[in-house]
Design a protein around this ligand. Structure first.
Ligand code: MN
Length: 314
């Protein structure tokens, strides 16, 4: 049996079609090892290189650490990017070639700007035992600052915005009526969401593209369930989004104006061409002043020369 299709029928269908037009691409993170720690790498992926200026998202843990066996990544170089370190549990000590020494704990932000070159080490503090979990993100620097001075910032407290179903902590950029004090060279935002059971309506900026990375728990966007180990790319053009959680959930919302410069990544470097990587790698291998020295008990990470520049053997 079939009946006439009335306005009462078509309206919801049209609404649904409109909702379905909105981008929602859920990609898998790649499991990889950084030092001794397994991470879920949500960015970059073959199908998605950047979200705004965000170009790298590693989620590590939860894992158990002891006083003498935790994070231990020896001195290594960076160029052309900012590292954003955010912990959910545990503590890490940061050492860099500017002379910065800083312990970071949950709720605090470490933001290191590489510019033309910096080196750093990330170590366990020697007095923490328990669970460790966190993220390290990279932001591609724009042409205006990427060959400029290196810098380091630590923010012990960040602004929070109350949501209908939870709380947003603003790591970088602006959200609601809050603004992070962290340096920002492009128009982008990074927020940690802590949601309780129920639905939360988040205000978004239509000119930004966004992605969601669930750290623990799960979030439903429409019919899709987003869990840890994925990047949910939300596209641009949204002025709000409904997120539904069934239990306490933590997630990162990353966004920004789509990055309009070509971003190449190799090893710990972000640049625009291979020559930049070859030059930076050589400077690191030759212990040049470009990267300076890091006070650390850990061995320097040597890396290997770029594959494309090695002479064919035999
Ligand atoms: Mn690093």
């Amino acid at each position: 049996m079939s009946g006439p299709v009335t306005d009462a029928d078509t309206a919801p269908v049209a609404e649904l079609a409109k909702a379905e037009e909105r981008t929602l691409e859920v990609g898998d993170s790649r499991e990889t090892q950084v030092g001794t720690v397994w991470v879920r790498r949500a960015l970059p992926r073959r199908e998605r290189r950047t979200v705004g200026a965000w170009c790298f998202v590693d989620h590590f843990g939860p894992l158990s650490v002891t006083e003498d066996a935790g994070m231990s990544i020896g001195p290594h170089p960076h160029i052309g990017l900012q590292t954003v370190t955010w912990l959910l549990a545990g503590e890490i000590e940061h050492h860099d070639s500017l002379g910065s020494e800083q312990v970071i704990r949950p709720g605090q932000l470490n933001l290191m700007t590489a510019g033309a070159g910096i080196a750093h080490a990330e170590e366990h503090t020697g007095n923490y035992r328990g669970e460790m979990q966190g993220v390290q993100l990279w932001v591609a620097q724009p042409q205006a600052t990427r060959q400029g001075a290196a810098a380091f910032e630590h923010h012990p407290e960040l602004p929070r915005v109350d949501l209908q179903g939870g709380t947003a902590t603003i790591l970088v950029g602006a959200f609601g009526d809050g603004l992070s004090p962290a340096r920002r060279d492009t128009d982008h935002v990074g927020i940690e969401l802590v949601l309780g059971p129920g639905t939360t309506l988040l205000p978004l900026q239509p000119e930004y593209e966004y992605a969601l990375v669930v750290l623990d728990g799960s979030i439903s966007v429409g019919e899709r369930l987003i869990t840890p180990g994925h990047l949910a790319y939300l596209g641009d053009g949204r002025d709000e989004i409904d997120l539904a959680a069934t239990a306490r959930t933590r997630a990162l919302l990353l966004g920004g104006i789509p990055f309009d410069e070509p971003v190449l990544m190799w090893w710990n470097f972000v640049g625009r061409n291979r020559e930049e990587f070859e030059t930076a790698y050589r400077a690191w291998a030759e212990h040049s002043d470009r990267f300076g020295d890091v006070r650390s008990g850990l061995p320097r990470v040597a890396g290997s020369p770029p594959l494309w520049s090695r002479r064919p053997s035999g």
